[in-house]
Design a protein around this ligand. Structure first.
Ligand code: 5GP
Length: 300
């Protein structure tokens, strides 16, 4: 192998300028936290929303050390408790570390962590609908969002309870008038969306809210509301998922194949989520999902 050529002088100059600019941007973030212009949890939210931001490239240790009330000994202890390695950058944290760090900081900042919006997603036929129906019946204090969809009702489905069944024109109108928190085309066919006004009203009234939506929708909610807790419902095994998918029997063979393929892709996304819940038993899975809307005990 030939030795790597030295980059031309102009590239090296540009690279070192970029490095200096990045260091300055990170220093500005730390100063803003130290002077209480910004909270550390706000820095996390920005860093997780944009992997190319200075917030994402900041080391967790440096971020924590900038918090005026945290001394170096406390920082070291908290990082050990949260299982975060010394060199980790904000953008490099895993989902569990993110959830734990966010809870810790929000509680420290004197707030009660806002975990009132839970998004339940997961692969096709994993039983999201059954788990959410169980929650609707057994946990009436949780507001379950009713989605709008352009597909037709299946037997037994009631307009306004299971979905708002709307025309394409009505769905277009909802998008135009900004009435949807998120929307997506699911299984390459119909459109599904989450009406925003009932959610805003429920949150304003202090209620906990749950959305049962697809993966694309979950990602959009995370962008729109970073405080949302994202839960991924897992099948006990892949074989069980296939059995449930075929067993439902309401779709054609072509539709089943398409849904199986979607499920495969969706399963691969589980690590993007804050929590995973295995749906072996509906009541247990529902209880675990509901428990995720309560605040964990503090560390540090
Ligand atoms: P189904 O037609 O079987 O009731 O639902 C198909 C898929 O649409 C499910 O994966 C369900 O989670 C998803 N879905 C239902 N409502 C919404 C919604 O409001 N937004 C998004 N993005 N997906 C939804």
């Amino acid at each position: 192998m030939s030795p790597r050529p030295t980059p031309p002088e102009v590239d090296r100059v540009a690279a070192s300028r970029a490095a200096i600019a990045a260091r300055r941007a990170r220093a500005a973030v730390k100063n803003a936290v130290a002077s209480k212009e910004r909270t550390a949890s706000d820095v996390l939210a920005v860093g997780w929303a944009d992997a190319a931001s200075p917030e994402a490239s900041l080391r967790v240790r440096e971020l924590l050390t900038s918090v005026p009330t945290l001394g170096p000994t406390r920082v070291a202890r908290v990082m050990a408790q949260l299982d975060i390695a010394e060199s980790k950058r904000v953008g490099g944290l895993g989902v569990r570390q993110r959830a734990k760090l966010r809870s810790y900081l929000v509680q420290r900042e004197g707030g009660v962590e806002q975990r009132r919006l839970v998004v339940l997603a997961g692969p096709t036929a994993v039983g999201k609908g059954t788990v959410s129906a169980y929650i609707r019946e057994n946990y009436p204090d949780i507001h379950l969002s009713v989605s709008a969809t352009t597909r037709s009702p299946r037997p037994g489905e009631i307009d306004g309870v299971h979905y708002y069944f709307v025309s394409d024109e009505e769905f277009d109108r909802m998008i135009e008038q900004n009435e949807l928190l998120e929307w997506a085309i699911v299984h390459n066919s119909y459109r599904y969306g989450t009406p925003r006004p009932p959610i805003d009203a429920a949150l304003a009234a202090g209620r906990r809210v749950m959305l049962e939506i697809d993966l694309q929708g979950a990602r959009l909610v995370r962008q729109a509301m970073p405080e949302a807790v994202l839960v991924f419902l897992l099948p006990p095994t892949w074989e069980e998922l296939v059995r449930r998918l075929i067993g439902r029997g309401t779709e054609s063979a072509a539709e089943q194949t398409r849904r199986l393929e979607t499920a495969r892709v969706e399963l691969a996304a589980q690590d993007e989520f804050d929590y995973k819940v295995v749906n072996s038993d509906v009541a247990t899975a529902a209880q675990e999902v509901v428990e995720l809307t309560t605040v964990p005990t503090a560390v540090g």
